[in-house]
Write a protein that binds this ligand. Structure first.
Ligand code: PMP
Length: 362
């Protein structure tokens, strides 16, 4: 097999050590004679896998005891409906949700939310084509919002917010961390709800992790589907119905692997180094261009354009020939994008930087 580096935005690269372990355990997990895929989610083997995965995840992120970690399905987009259906009961109907519109994913979230509530777009980066985020002092927050929704890493636009947004009074802060969870240290106690699809920094697609503060479990609207009701999911230890068992197992292997490497602090250190290396190559001259304001540049998703876009196909073909895969930008914005999640080694970023320099004739 030729050696490749996979820069996909998600589903994305996973640690090779984890894939190897999964391959070894594929037919017979720990002498059980079964593959994890074949196990009942109610059996002692799988329950031990799920419990360990949750414990390791809590340890990695320092999740306080008054928060539930829910293993759910439906992806990030599913949460765009599940969150309002679970939280709008905090206020008389029709309630208002505050949104900060920072790019494609928060845009999708607020569009979905309009089906259930009044949406107040408190701030928008649209006028800048989502290359920056309006300063917090200018956000027009409502006095009585059911919650404030922010996407702290916009996977398509490459915009990352590195601070904890300030809320009005006791308004809960709901954050989409799908594409940068576990990449940097966070203080979970500052958030009401954190959610993330697994397929970037956690594991395979199919699993969505939602961290919910205990006091927010009981405000579901009567129309909230039973299977997505946070309180019910929490009481059933995320086994209200059949969970995505294999995805939870692989996520658990990733968590154990991260712990071995030194946890989220060590990941953050490596991610800072990788991002610096890549942005420096993009900024070296005007052959390439990343358009995001430096203080909002994502450490995880790095979109960039060739000054001469007629070279795009040639650039991608040359990259592929060197084993640098999935660099084409999202179809909605064009150009290129390199996603450099936790599992992307610095050697992969260096290989990309070498190619960027070579292609630019430096
Ligand atoms: N939010 C963010 C920040 C994302 O990057 C994505 C997927 N790329 C989603 C939400 C949607 O996730 P899913 O495809 O799992 O529904």
């Amino acid at each position: 097999m030729t050696h490749v580096y996979n820069f996909s935005a998600g589903p994305a690269v996973l640690p090779k050590e984890v894939l190897r372990q999964a391959a070894e355990e594929m037919l017979d997990w720990h002498g059980s004679g079964m593959s994890v895929m074949e196990m009942s989610h109610r059996g002692p083997e799988f329950i031990s896998i799920a419990k360990q995965a949750e414990a390791d995840f809590r340890e990695l992120l320092g999740v306080p005891a008054n928060y539930k970690v829910l293993f759910m399905q439906g992806g990030g987009l599913g949460q765009n409906a599940i969150i309002p259906l679970n939280m709008l009961g905090r206020k008389p109907q029709p309630a208002t949700i505050d949104f900060v519109h920072t790019g494609s994913w928060s845009g999708k979230s607020l569009k979905e939310a309009r089906r259930y509530a009044n949406v107040n777009v408190a701030a928008s980066g649209e006028a800048s084509h989502f290359t920056t985020v309006p300063p917090q002092e200018t956000w027009k927050l409502s006095a009585d919002a059911a919650y404030l929704h922010v996407c702290t890493n916009e996977t398509i636009d490459g915009v990352e917010i590195d601070y904890v947004p300030t809320v009005q009074g006791d308004t809960p802060l709901v954050v989409d961390m799908s594409s940068h969870i576990l990449s940097r240290q966070i203080d979970v106690s500052k958030y009401g709800v954190i959610f993330a699809g697994a397929q970037k920094n956690i594991g395979p697609a199919g699993l969505t992790i939602t961290i919910v503060r205990d006091d927010l479990l009981d405000h579901a609207l009567p129309i909230c589907p039973g299977v997505f009701n946070w309180r019910a999911v929490a009481e059933a230890d995320s086994m209200l119905n059949t969970p995505p068992t294999y995805a939870i197992y692989i996520a658990g292997l990733v968590f154990a692997h991260l712990k071995k490497l030194g946890g989220v602090a060590e990941m953050e250190r490596r991610n800072i180094e990788k991002a610096r290396l890549l942005y420096a190559a993009l900024d070296a001259d005007d052959f390439y261009q990343n358009r995001v304001a430096p203080e909002y540049r994502s450490r995880m998703n790095v979109p960039f354009y060739l000054r001469d876009e007629s070279l795009n196909e040639q650039f991608l073909a040359g990259a592929k020939a060197r084993g640098l895969l999935q660099l084409k930008g999202h179809k909605s914005v064009g150009g290129m994008r390199a996603s450099i999640y936790n599992a992307m080694p610095i050697e992969g970023v260096q290989a990309l930087v070498d190619y960027l320099n070579e292609f630019a004739g430096r």
